[in-house]
Design a protein around this ligand. Structure first.
Ligand SMILES: [Zn+2]
Length: 261
């Protein structure tokens, strides 16, 4: 039996979902453009739609550099952002409110300190960025191409929201909050060798299923692995069964099985 608090929460959420209902035509058009959502079971799609309504209610979208974020754009982002938290709800996203949508990729000036104490400046081109407690930035051009870029395992929304999950414990280290030290040990036992292997393959110039960008560090490896897990699950399961299993347990989803379970 549900507690009073659970029933109160469920009632409040139901009112928000009713107020923020995504119109049928818009929802179906959104799914039609995103094959990795279109092929999910009906029950999953209904839950995605419910969570997307709650997401739209809790987050603030801001268009940058003259971009106007319309309903279709916001729904497209929301529908993808809630996919990783389909089984657990939106609580892992409570640490931030703002989503800044840029028309295109942005160039960020970076500085690094080398071993000799010298500062090196360089430009980094970003399709998205997630900062702890700060807004999530997304390039609309990249979001809009999510339907076709799924063919090569690329998805900027899932990438950035994977970083948000990773940073849930305050550290961007490729390990999201886990229930125990043992769970963390098991996580690292799968993640780190897979990250090492990607680094070796990239260094050798091999074509890899996982985005070579993941070789940059465990936190980027986790983010690119999440992209592939959700948009090319069969390929990930075939090539990296242990990594697929780790993510399937963590997300409580089995997208390659098409079971939705
Ligand atoms: Zn990243």
């Amino acid at each position: 039996m549900k507690s009073l608090l659970q029933r109160w929460r469920a009632g409040r959420e139901a009112r928000v979902v009713a107020r923020r209902a995504i119109p049928d035509t818009l929802w179906h058009a959104t799914l039609a453009g995103l094959p990795f959502l279109a092929r999910r079971h009906e029950a999953d799609q209904a839950e995605l739609r419910r969570l997307a309504s709650l997401f739209l209610d809790r987050k603030e979208f801001t268009g940058a550099n003259g971009l106007v974020v319309d309903d279709a754009m916001a729904v497209c982002i929301a529908a993808q952002a809630v996919l990783p938290v389909l089984r657990v709800g939106l609580a892992p996203y409570d640490g931030f409110v703002g989503i800044v949508v840029q028309p295109d990729e942005v160039v960020a000036r970076r500085e690094v300190l080398d071993d000799h104490g010298l500062v090196h400046a360089y430009d980094e081109v970003l399709a998205g960025e997630a900062m702890e407690g700060g807004p999530v930035m997304l390039s609309w051009r990249d979001v809009a191409e999510a339907g076709t870029s799924a063919d090569w395992g690329y998805n900027v929304v899932i990438h950035e929201f994977a970083h948000v999950l990773d940073m849930g414990d305050g550290m961007a280290d490729g390990v999201p909050p886990l229930p125990s030290a043992e769970a963390r040990r098991q996580w690292l036992a799968v993640l780190m060798p897979a990250w090492d292997r990607l680094g070796e393959q990239v260094a050798c110039g091999y074509d890899t299923l996982l985005d070579p960008y993941g070789a940059q560090g465990p936190e980027e490896f986790f983010a690119v692995a999440c992209e592939t897990f959700f948009v090319q699950p069969n390929e990930l399961r075939a090539e990296h069964p242990a990594l697929y299993g780790l993510l399937a347990r963590y997300f409580q989803q089995d997208p390659a099985g098409f079971t939705g379970g």
